[in-house]
Design a protein. Structure first.
Lengths: 114, 115
Protein backbone atom coordinates (compact mmCIF):
# COMPACT_ATOMS: atom_id res chain seq x y z
CA UNK A 1 0.00 0.00 0.00
CA UNK A 2 1.38 3.37 -1.02
CA UNK A 3 1.96 5.91 1.72
CA UNK A 4 1.29 9.62 1.72
CA UNK A 5 3.05 11.20 -1.23
CA UNK A 6 4.24 14.80 -1.22
CA UNK A 7 5.99 16.93 -3.81
CA UNK A 8 8.28 18.64 -4.21
CA UNK A 9 10.62 17.36 -1.50
CA UNK A 10 12.68 20.54 -1.63
CA UNK A 11 11.94 24.03 -2.92
CA UNK A 12 14.10 27.13 -2.86
CA UNK A 13 12.52 30.44 -3.84
CA UNK A 14 13.10 34.12 -3.35
CA UNK A 15 10.84 36.10 -1.07
CA UNK A 16 7.63 37.41 -2.59
CA UNK A 17 7.51 34.49 -5.03
CA UNK A 18 4.59 32.03 -4.95
CA UNK A 19 5.02 28.36 -4.12
CA UNK A 20 2.72 25.34 -4.09
CA UNK A 21 2.93 21.95 -2.43
CA UNK A 22 1.00 18.86 -3.44
CA UNK A 23 -0.14 15.92 -1.34
CA UNK A 24 -1.75 12.60 -2.26
CA UNK A 25 -3.07 10.81 0.83
CA UNK A 26 -3.36 7.10 1.43
CA UNK A 27 -6.19 5.66 -0.62
CA UNK A 28 -9.45 5.65 1.30
CA UNK A 29 -8.34 8.14 3.95
CA UNK A 30 -11.02 10.79 4.24
CA UNK A 31 -9.14 13.09 6.61
CA UNK A 32 -6.19 15.09 5.32
CA UNK A 33 -3.94 17.45 7.29
CA UNK A 34 -1.33 20.04 6.51
CA UNK A 35 1.18 20.66 9.30
CA UNK A 36 3.98 23.21 9.51
CA UNK A 37 7.23 22.16 11.17
CA UNK A 38 9.83 24.76 12.02
CA UNK A 39 13.41 23.65 12.60
CA UNK A 40 13.80 21.89 15.96
CA UNK A 41 10.10 22.06 16.81
CA UNK A 42 7.08 19.83 16.68
CA UNK A 43 4.55 20.04 13.86
CA UNK A 44 1.70 22.54 14.14
CA UNK A 45 -1.61 22.10 12.35
CA UNK A 46 -2.39 24.48 9.51
CA UNK A 47 -5.57 22.95 8.14
CA UNK A 48 -7.62 19.76 8.35
CA UNK A 49 -9.98 18.42 5.71
CA UNK A 50 -12.80 15.94 6.05
CA UNK A 51 -13.28 14.84 2.45
CA UNK A 52 -13.35 18.13 0.52
CA UNK A 53 -14.45 20.29 3.45
CA UNK A 54 -11.96 22.33 5.47
CA UNK A 55 -13.18 21.69 9.03
CA UNK A 56 -10.30 23.34 10.92
CA UNK A 57 -8.32 26.15 9.32
CA UNK A 58 -8.02 28.39 12.37
CA UNK A 59 -4.20 28.31 12.26
CA UNK A 60 -3.88 28.98 8.53
CA UNK A 61 -2.58 32.52 7.80
CA UNK A 62 -5.24 33.30 5.26
CA UNK A 63 -3.67 36.49 3.99
CA UNK A 64 -0.98 34.52 2.16
CA UNK A 65 -1.79 30.83 2.56
CA UNK A 66 -4.51 28.93 0.78
CA UNK A 67 -5.36 25.27 0.42
CA UNK A 68 -7.76 23.16 -1.53
CA UNK A 69 -8.81 19.55 -1.70
CA UNK A 70 -10.91 19.21 -4.80
CA UNK A 71 -12.81 15.93 -5.12
CA UNK A 72 -11.74 15.00 -1.58
CA UNK A 73 -8.57 13.20 -2.60
CA UNK A 74 -5.31 15.04 -3.22
CA UNK A 75 -4.63 18.51 -1.88
CA UNK A 76 -2.58 21.59 -2.69
CA UNK A 77 -1.18 24.13 -0.24
CA UNK A 78 -0.16 27.49 -1.69
CA UNK A 79 1.79 30.42 -0.32
CA UNK A 80 1.64 33.76 -2.13
CA UNK A 81 3.73 35.76 -1.59
CA UNK A 82 6.31 33.81 0.41
CA UNK A 83 8.19 35.50 3.25
CA UNK A 84 11.52 34.64 4.85
CA UNK A 85 9.73 33.29 7.92
CA UNK A 86 7.90 30.71 5.82
CA UNK A 87 11.07 28.64 5.54
CA UNK A 88 10.07 25.34 7.15
CA UNK A 89 8.95 21.81 6.40
CA UNK A 90 5.34 21.38 5.29
CA UNK A 91 4.03 17.98 6.28
CA UNK A 92 0.94 16.33 4.88
CA UNK A 93 -0.81 13.54 6.76
CA UNK A 94 -3.93 11.45 6.33
CA UNK A 95 -6.10 9.36 8.59
CA UNK A 96 -8.86 6.84 8.16
CA UNK A 97 -10.27 7.56 11.60
CA UNK A 98 -9.46 3.96 12.56
CA UNK A 99 -9.30 2.48 16.08
CA UNK A 100 -6.69 4.90 17.29
CA UNK A 101 -7.06 7.43 14.53
CA UNK A 102 -3.33 7.62 14.05
CA UNK A 103 -2.03 9.94 11.36
CA UNK A 104 0.19 8.73 8.56
CA UNK A 105 2.66 11.33 7.33
CA UNK A 106 4.46 12.01 4.09
CA UNK A 107 8.15 12.86 3.95
CA UNK A 108 7.41 16.57 3.86
CA UNK A 109 8.26 19.47 1.59
CA UNK A 110 11.18 21.55 2.76
CA UNK A 111 10.84 25.21 1.77
CA UNK A 112 13.71 27.68 1.83
CA UNK A 113 12.88 31.32 1.19
CA UNK A 114 15.87 33.52 0.33
CA UNK B 1 -6.78 23.12 24.91
CA UNK B 2 -4.23 20.36 24.94
CA UNK B 3 -0.55 20.88 25.66
CA UNK B 4 2.38 18.48 25.42
CA UNK B 5 5.71 19.08 27.14
CA UNK B 6 8.92 17.23 26.36
CA UNK B 7 11.68 18.51 28.64
CA UNK B 8 14.63 16.64 27.14
CA UNK B 9 15.98 18.42 24.05
CA UNK B 10 18.60 15.70 23.55
CA UNK B 11 19.45 12.26 24.89
CA UNK B 12 22.62 10.21 24.37
CA UNK B 13 22.50 6.48 25.05
CA UNK B 14 24.85 3.56 24.51
CA UNK B 15 23.71 0.90 22.08
CA UNK B 16 21.75 -1.96 23.69
CA UNK B 17 20.79 0.13 26.72
CA UNK B 18 17.19 1.03 27.52
CA UNK B 19 16.11 4.66 27.26
CA UNK B 20 13.14 6.60 28.60
CA UNK B 21 11.87 9.68 26.81
CA UNK B 22 9.73 11.94 28.97
CA UNK B 23 6.36 13.40 28.06
CA UNK B 24 3.85 15.25 30.19
CA UNK B 25 0.52 16.55 29.00
CA UNK B 26 -2.25 18.86 30.01
CA UNK B 27 -5.88 18.57 29.04
CA UNK B 28 -9.33 19.11 30.47
CA UNK B 29 -10.78 16.28 28.40
CA UNK B 30 -11.80 13.07 30.15
CA UNK B 31 -11.16 10.95 27.09
CA UNK B 32 -8.03 11.39 25.04
CA UNK B 33 -5.34 9.53 23.17
CA UNK B 34 -1.57 9.74 23.44
CA UNK B 35 0.83 8.97 20.60
CA UNK B 36 4.54 8.70 20.00
CA UNK B 37 6.10 9.35 16.62
CA UNK B 38 9.67 8.89 15.37
CA UNK B 39 11.16 11.29 12.83
CA UNK B 40 14.44 10.14 11.27
CA UNK B 41 16.60 12.46 9.21
CA UNK B 42 14.55 11.60 6.12
CA UNK B 43 11.78 13.71 7.60
CA UNK B 44 8.88 11.27 7.64
CA UNK B 45 6.91 10.99 10.89
CA UNK B 46 6.55 7.31 11.80
CA UNK B 47 3.81 6.21 14.20
CA UNK B 48 5.18 4.10 17.05
CA UNK B 49 2.62 3.53 19.77
CA UNK B 50 -0.76 4.62 21.10
CA UNK B 51 -2.28 4.82 24.60
CA UNK B 52 -5.91 5.58 25.28
CA UNK B 53 -6.78 7.42 28.46
CA UNK B 54 -9.11 4.62 29.57
CA UNK B 55 -6.71 1.79 28.75
CA UNK B 56 -5.90 -0.02 31.96
CA UNK B 57 -2.66 -1.51 30.74
CA UNK B 58 0.38 0.25 29.39
CA UNK B 59 0.71 -0.05 25.62
CA UNK B 60 3.53 -2.11 24.14
CA UNK B 61 4.72 -2.52 20.55
CA UNK B 62 7.82 -4.65 20.17
CA UNK B 63 10.73 -2.79 21.79
CA UNK B 64 8.51 0.21 22.52
CA UNK B 65 6.39 0.57 25.63
CA UNK B 66 4.50 3.51 27.02
CA UNK B 67 4.72 4.19 30.76
CA UNK B 68 1.32 5.80 31.31
CA UNK B 69 0.75 7.49 34.68
CA UNK B 70 -2.62 9.16 34.42
CA UNK B 71 -2.58 10.90 37.80
CA UNK B 72 0.75 12.51 36.96
CA UNK B 73 -0.33 13.20 33.38
CA UNK B 74 2.76 11.58 32.00
CA UNK B 75 3.22 9.25 29.04
CA UNK B 76 6.88 8.33 28.81
CA UNK B 77 8.21 6.23 25.95
CA UNK B 78 10.56 3.39 26.86
CA UNK B 79 12.77 1.86 24.20
CA UNK B 80 14.41 -1.38 25.26
CA UNK B 81 17.70 -2.69 23.84
CA UNK B 82 18.37 0.44 21.80
CA UNK B 83 19.81 0.14 18.30
CA UNK B 84 21.80 2.55 16.14
CA UNK B 85 18.75 2.92 13.91
CA UNK B 86 16.79 4.36 16.83
CA UNK B 87 18.71 7.62 16.46
CA UNK B 88 16.06 10.17 15.49
CA UNK B 89 13.72 12.86 16.79
CA UNK B 90 10.87 11.54 18.92
CA UNK B 91 7.60 13.41 19.35
CA UNK B 92 4.87 12.89 21.89
CA UNK B 93 1.39 13.94 20.77
CA UNK B 94 -2.16 13.88 22.03
CA UNK B 95 -5.70 14.18 20.78
CA UNK B 96 -8.66 15.08 22.92
CA UNK B 97 -12.32 14.41 22.36
CA UNK B 98 -12.98 17.94 21.17
CA UNK B 99 -11.54 18.63 17.74
CA UNK B 100 -11.21 14.92 17.86
CA UNK B 101 -9.06 14.44 14.80
CA UNK B 102 -6.39 17.04 15.57
CA UNK B 103 -3.03 15.95 16.99
CA UNK B 104 -1.08 18.36 19.19
CA UNK B 105 2.67 17.70 19.32
CA UNK B 106 5.42 18.40 21.82
CA UNK B 107 8.75 19.99 20.95
CA UNK B 108 10.49 16.67 20.51
CA UNK B 109 13.57 14.92 21.90
CA UNK B 110 16.59 14.13 19.75
CA UNK B 111 17.86 10.65 20.63
CA UNK B 112 21.38 9.65 19.67
CA UNK B 113 22.49 6.04 20.07
CA UNK B 114 26.25 5.64 20.43
CA UNK B 115 27.99 2.43 19.32
Amino acid sequence: EAGVVQSPRYKIIEKKQPVAFWCNPISGHNTLYWYLQNLGQGPELLIRYENEEAVDDSQLPKDRFSAERLKGVDSTLKIQPAELGDSAVYLCASSSGGPHGELFFGEGSRLTVL
Amino acid sequence: AQKITQTQPGMFVQEKEAVTLDCTYDTSDQSYGLFWYKQPSSGEMIFLIYQGSYDEQNATEGRYSLNFQKARKSANLVISASQLGDSAMYFCAMRGTRGAQKLVFGQGTRLTINP
